[in-house]
Design a protein around this ligand. Structure first.
Ligand code: PMP
Length: 306
């Protein structure tokens, strides 16, 4: 589906018309993948649009920049306000939010330190990332022949733009083979994550998710789901998982800001089946939470209008 245009994009402090939000072809990050970014969602609530865990996402953006030695020329509070302002001026109730910090035009070559640092925030309406049917019935997944990153090849704690060529390769491989999503293993052979989502399995009634040391991004949804699962009374832990743990899972699901909570129906054609009771309970609570319907988690919502 093509992007649904809105009126304005925030670029270095200016609200620029959508069609004019352009960069030079010699933008450093275009050539070397030297940017860092975030993916955030705002949801419609009875108090107007609210951004889910906005401050946490902006904090992770600054951490990604720190890892790459990029100095963001704004404070976290300024970017939190800029996200809210961008949603407000576009009159959106619910949307996806994409802040990106990129190295701009002015220098080329692999030393990024002299490059100008640019910041942009785009918002647009974005439906279910893995499809309505996937959300309801679960997705078919395939273990990728591409490994997730070795943490000493690229920093897995950062959301660096260049790191996503790994995700794209795995995604295309899975799609061309007729699956919905790829699961990547770490170079050591442990389950890491999907192309843009963390992963959970249910084994002997316990919920397990791979640790950061298996090369997964520390997902903000993963963290929300861990809290929700614990509060629902489930036992949950981080654990190194083998591919056979996926094949034999009682239930499995993936989580991410774009994808939200999506059941996994099969892995490499080994059926897990229809979404199970734990997956359903967690999915239901997550959607109620982001819409502001669960008092206990109201602090996770950051309303766009004061
Ligand atoms: N893993 C990867 C590789 C991702 O790109 C994302 C999306 N940011 C996630 C996991 C899920 O993270 P979050 O829940 O913070 O969106």
């Amino acid at each position: 589906m093509p992007l649904q245009k809105v009126d304005r994009i925030w670029m270095d402090g200016e609200l620029v018309p959508w069609d004019e939000a352009k960069v030079h072809v010699l933008t450093h990050s275009l050539h070397y993948g030297s940017g860092v970014f975030e993916g955030i969602r705002a949801y419609a609530t009875d108090r107007g649009p609210a951004v889910f865990r906005l401050t946490d996402h902006i904090h992770r953006l600054f951490n990604s920049a720190k890892i790459y030695l990029i100095d963001i020329p704004w404070t976290p509070d300024q970017l939190v306000d800029a996200v809210k302002e961008t949603i407000r001026v576009n009159g959106l109730d619910a949307c996806y939010v994409r802040p990106i910090v990129y190295l701009g035009y002015g220098e080329m070559g692999l030393n990024p330190l002299p490059c100008p640092v640019n910041v942009s925030i785009a918002v647009w309406p974005w439906g279910t990332y893995l499809g309505d049917e996937g959300l309801r019935r679960g997705v078919r997944t395939k273990i990728s022949t591409w490994h997730r990153h070795d943490p000493n090849a690229v920093p897995v704690a950062a959301k660096g733009t260049g790191m996503y060529s790994n995700s794209s390769l795995a995604k295309v491989e899975a799609l061309k083979a007729g699956y919905d999503e790829a699961i990547l293993l770490s170079p050591q052979g442990y389950v890491s994550e999907c192309t843009g989502e963390n992963l959970f399995v249910v084994k002997n009634g316990r919920i397990l998710t791979p640790p950061v040391s298996a090369g997964a991004l520390e997902g903000i949804t993963q963290d929300s789901i861990s809290t929700i699962a614990r509060d629902l009374g489930y036992e949950i832990a981080e654990a190194n998982l083998l591919r056979t743990d996926l094949y034999l899972a009682e239930e499995a699901f993936l989580t991410g800001t774009a994808a939200e909570v999506v059941p996994i129906r099969s892995v490499d054609d080994r059926e897990i089946g229809d979404p199970g009771p734990i997956t359903r309970a967690i999915q239901e609570t997550y959607f109620a939470t982001v819409r502001g319907e669960v008092d206990r988690y109201k602090d996770w919502l950051e309303h766009v209008s004061a």
